[in-house]
Ligand binder design. Sequence first.
Ligand SMILES: [Zn+2]
Length: 370
Amino acid sequence: MIKIKRLYEEGKDLFAVSDESPFYPDGKGGQLGDRGSIGPAKVLYVKEVNGEVHHKIDKPIEPREYDFEIDQARRKDIATQHTAQHILSAAFLKIAQAQTVSFHMGEETSTIDTDLAVLTERTVEDVEKLANEVVKSCVDVEILLVDREEAERLNLRKAISEKVGQKVRIVKIQDFDLSACGGFHVKNTGEIGIIKIVDWEKVKQNLTRVHFVAGERALKHFQECVTVTKSLQRTLTCSLRDLPTRIEALIEKIKSVSSLLDRISEEHAQLIAASLLRRKIFGYEVAFYEGFPSVAKALLKQPPADLLVCKLEEEFALSSDRIDCGQIVSKLRSILNVPGGGGKKRGSVKINMDMEEFLNLLEKALEVEK
Ligand SMILES: [Zn+2]
């Protein structure tokens, strides 16, 4: 039973408060919190506030005693990730003499921040190998309750936190790891199945953040990787191993084709510049182009008339060395009430209409200008 003593609202959230709770709070020791139900209400989040436990619930309940249920599958997953973290942290210490500075458990992956400035693939492989050997040896994970003085004499991986009281809860994985921890752990390392590092990155103060998954999460991750690479292999008709070189070659090809396209477009723009369709509007010569965006881009660089208008996809671009494009755009915007912008030499208006319609509107804008 759990005794709810009061309820309160915080924005859209509703919290049920108790002095004691079987629900493990979110964020405590870097761990995820429990989920489940209190009476008819679902527990969505749990936090510890000044010695009380605040349960975020999905519907209002009366303050009284209730039966509760804890999502055991989730707790098992939390225990798996947490024990994997102990093993991984110990492996980093043994292989790379790297201390774990902090730990964060996420809903999909978890992270440890190690004091390594540089992490190589080789070290990652060695750490994973050692960690998974501990998993495969199926050793018991023991929980010991010892006095603080005794705990301090033990060779713990990390110093005991100031917050810990007289009795210290020690998690012992045979002679591999010994650390003080209040979270959930599996009973035997074999339950973890596999530990896999999936990514790492440099973070503040020369630390390396290591992202990892364990147990069911590792299987899910592997399944996702296979689905994605299979689909890429089918699209690119190549083997898994050839994927990186195949993709690099494609990117190189796209780069060279696009620079070739730019060069051809510029040549083409020079050829057609003099013969573009033109119209006189209030003494200004206005040339217009409707066609390839890359050619339009090249034409806009050097307007072949007082004003050049190019129709692009759902947008009209303006370019001029004589008329203030920014002013034309603001006139057009006031007439049309559409987005647009620009400076003296260039401008654009987002609108979908045909060239003739646009030129008529332009006439109105230039008329005001005159
Ligand atoms: Zn732990």
